[in-house]
Design a protein around this ligand. Structure first.
Ligand code: PLP
Length: 390
């Protein structure tokens, strides 16, 4: 048989799946494994969202194809959410597009905007999908390093002028995965200014925009004056409303980019199932009290985890967003070695290098696990750290 495409064959190895195999092997031996590696919520979606889905499911006419760009009700709910939350005005027909999750939308955007060899600047450390989506679209990745140790602001000085000149697109993500890093609007203002100067499209991934703590509110990139001329922003209901498996998100902002994404999508999919779009509209129109309650749960876990890490001499910053903790590995080990030792002890964490070279020396903990399980995980981690200190 002839082989799969070069694009598929040359994809970087997915570190997550390597760890997944190891974990399965340990579990097969009867070892209890605590997974702090998952990037998805453990809590259920609020009832009012499920109720709307169920009632729509009973309507025979809702089983037809959705319009290609998504149904009006969902796109209008996104626009009204932006008005209410960020005071940003969007035309639901031309500046909002339904996605089958933001991951799909990011991949479709790369196909829509990149020609072979076109450069995209992506955050390092960052969500691995950016890199593989650029690769699958035939584009070329140039790393945009985030400044250590917090890995919050981009270090534009590390980008060669030539790469900025050749760049067609730049990706940012705040609050950030894997770091939990948050920023204020000045960082967006600088990014918009730079991208305008270099004629670069700016894509902001706001998957964790509503999961924030301690009174911090994440800005939207579209709050920067004139951002719409070059920027799009991706949103998702996966983390905000615990709807990861539903596959629903959106992209808003620049009309030309959205039109190009819609063209790619109309040739590949036919948007999301209508009842899911209606239920998601219900979620976005809500008062977000369910989201705030859920953030209280994450906050409690966050505070507990940061305290436990400090107890074992791992000094991790306390993130104001996402459900991740980004921590330095103890001295003398690489992130990969440390993660492997933890795995042997029955705890899965994600080694920082899974998110790019700048992630070396760090590991990511996900807070989508109960305090009970976290307690057990940190007691196992303490043993590993003590052994290493010997
Ligand atoms: C989880 C995640 C996504 C994907 O969200 P979906 O809408 O479920 O596809 C996108 N970006 C980041 C940074 C994420 O962590």
């Amino acid at each position: 048989m002839k082989r799969s495409s070069m694009r598929v064959q040359s994809l970087p190895p997915y570190l997550f799946s390597i760890f997944h195999e190891r974990r399965k092997a340990l579990e097969a031996k009867g070892i209890d494994v605590i997974d702090l590696g998952i990037g998805a919520p453990d809590l259920p979606p609020p009832d009012f969202i499920v109720d709307r889905l169920v009632s729509e499911l009973r309507q025979p006419e809702q089983h037809r194809y959705s319009p290609y760009t998504g149904c009006d009700e969902f796109r209008e709910a996104v626009a009204s959410y932006y008005k209410r939350t960020y005071d940003v005005t969007l035309d639901p027909k031309r500046e909002v597009l339904t996605l089958i999750g933001s991951k799909e939308g990011i991949a479709s955007m790369m196909t829509a905007w990149l020609d072979p060899g076109d450069v995209t600047l992506i955050p390092n450390p960052g969500y691995p999908v950016y890199r593989s989506a650029v690769h699958l679209a035939g584009g070329e990745v140039v790393d945009l390093p985030l400044l250590a140790p917090a890995h919050a602001s981009p270090n534009y000085e590390a980008i060669r002028e030539k790469d900025f000149e050749n760049a067609k697109m730049m990706v940012l993500n705040y609050p950030g995965n894997p770091t939990g890093a948050t920023i204020d609007i000045e960082v967006f203002l600088e990014a918009v200014t730079l991208c305008k100067q270099h004629d670069v499209i700016l894509a902001h991934d706001a998957a964790y925009g509503s999961l924030t703590y301690d009174g911090y509110q994440a800005p939207s990139i579209l709050q920067v004056d004139g951002a719409k001329e070059i920027a799009v922003e991706f949103g998702s209901l996966s983390k905000t409303f615990n709807m990861a498996g539903w596959r629903i998100g959106y992209v808003v902002g620049n009309e030309e980019v959205i039109k190009a994404i819609a063209t790619v999508k109309s040739n590949i999919d036919t948007s999301q199932f209508l009842p899911i779009q209606f239920a998601a509209a219900e979620a976005l129109r809500s008062d977000f009290s369910a989201v705030r309650e859920q953030c209280e749960i994450y906050k409690e876990r966050r505070d507990y985890a940061v305290e436990q890490l400090r107890r074992i001499h791992i000094d991790a910053p306390c993130p104001k967003g996402t459900f991740f903790i980004w921590a330095p590995v103890p001295d003398g080990a690489t992130s990969r070695e440390f993660s492997e030792r933890l795995l042997e002890a029955g705890v899965v964490v994600t080694p920082g290098e899974a998110f790019g070279t700048e992630g070396r020396g760090y590991f990511r903990i996900s807070l989508s696990t109960s305090i009970d399980r976290l307690t057990e995980a940190f007691s196992r981690m303490e043993k590993v750290v003590k052994e290493m200190e010997r």
